[in-house]
Design a protein around this ligand. Structure first.
Ligand code: MG
Length: 337
């Protein structure tokens, strides 16, 4: 893969993740039916005024933890010049303190937008637990795959060998989600992203690669649940994907990481990875829309090698220049080998 294609991907990665995050945030946790009833079909950034975590109205382009923690990974790689778990953990701690606490409808106090496993793991780290030992044993949410794009990018640019790549994937996962299914999900998503960055995309080949990756990593990591490979199996059983096919074959929520990948990959395949159609497919599916849409956005940037049609409101994301600057620094540092 030419360095110019990888440079384009790197420069767009963080802004694209933020766009997907902002596109999904207003309807996070809503069902496909509820979104349809209130908004019809969403196809542009809208204000966040009914998300239970965001009380009051937030301007179109407001983004959440998915972007915040993607920025953490990108910044750490760019400043450390390598995968350094302790530095990543320190930046998670900074992000934790910057995030306001909100009261959920069930009266639970949480860090706004943050998943439970990530919150509790960072709190253990702040209590002095080494990052390797902080993760939740039952953590099977999407808190790692949603921030994985910069690490997959880094190792693809650096042509890092598999043992080192999977060691870093496992260590990043264990920091918050110390669970075999979560580890399989991270490795599979890494493999999917690397395929998109380095291959001439072909749907059939992408699906076969993803399924082979799931089986391989479940075996290597001893994940006897086989949740990832079974939830992704429907990708091989259809010749085309549309909203109904994806909803019929997933839980329509995507908070559990095997379901997150199933919904994100379905949305991506439904529109051949075209940026805005794939991102808004994920948004209109409902569920953990900001996470699934931000994952799809990163996949689209990688599949198109950074040459995608930007929606008219692409630069309307909050702190757009900072997002671009961080992405550029990641690309420059990754390519400066
Ligand atoms: Mg979020």
């Amino acid at each position: 893969m030419a360095d110019s294609a990888l440079e384009r991907i790197g420069r767009e990665l963080v802004p694209a993740v933020a766009y997907g995050d902002a596109a999904g945030l207003p309807v996070e946790t809503r069902s496909h039916q509820a979104i349809g009833a209130v908004y019809g079909h969403i196809d542009s950034l809208i204000p966040t005024n009914e998300n239970p975590f965001y009380v009051g109205e937030f301007a179109p382009g407001t983004w959440s933890d998915d972007t915040q923690l993607t920025l953490v990974i990108a910044r750490s790689l760019a400043r450390a010049g390598a995968f350094e778990l302790r530095d990543i953990a320190n930046l998670h701690a900074e992000a934790y303190f910057e995030t306001p606490q909100v009261v959920k409808p069930n009266k639970q106090i949480v860090k706004r937008g943050w998943g439970g496993s990530t919150t509790r793991s960072v709190e253990r780290f702040l209590d002095g637990v080494p990052p390797e030992a902080c993760g939740e044993k039952e953590g099977k949410g999407n808190g790692v795959v949603m921030k994985l794009a910069p690490l997959a990018y880094w190792h693809t640019v650096r042509r890092t060998g598999e043992p080192e790549v999977y060691r870093d994937c496992d260590r990043l996962t264990a920091f918050t989600h110390n669970n075999p299914t979560a580890k399989v999900a991270t490795r599979v998503h890494h493999d999917a992203l690397r395929y998109l960055m380095t291959s001439d995309y072909n749907q059939e080949e992408f699906v076969q690669q993803v399924l082979a990756s799931a089986k391989r990593h479940e075996e290597w990591l001893g994940d006897t649940s086989r949740d990832i490979s079974s939830e992704l199996l429907f990708l091989n059983e259809h010749f085309y994907f549309d909203t109904q096919t994806i909803l019929d074959n997933t839980d329509g929520k995507g908070f559990f990481v095997p379901q997150t990948l199933a919904m994100a990959y379905g949305a991506f395949l439904a529109h051949d990875g075209e940026f805005a159609p794939s991102v808004y497919e994920a948004v209109n599916l409902g569920g953990d829309t900001d996470s699934t849409a931000s994952i799809v956005a990163a996949m689209s940037v990688m599949k198109t090698k950074g040459q995608f049609v930007k929606p008219a409101d692409y630069e309307q994301t909050a702190l757009h220049k900072m997002l671009h600057d961080t992405s550029r620094e990641l690309a420059i540092r990754a390519l400066a080998a």
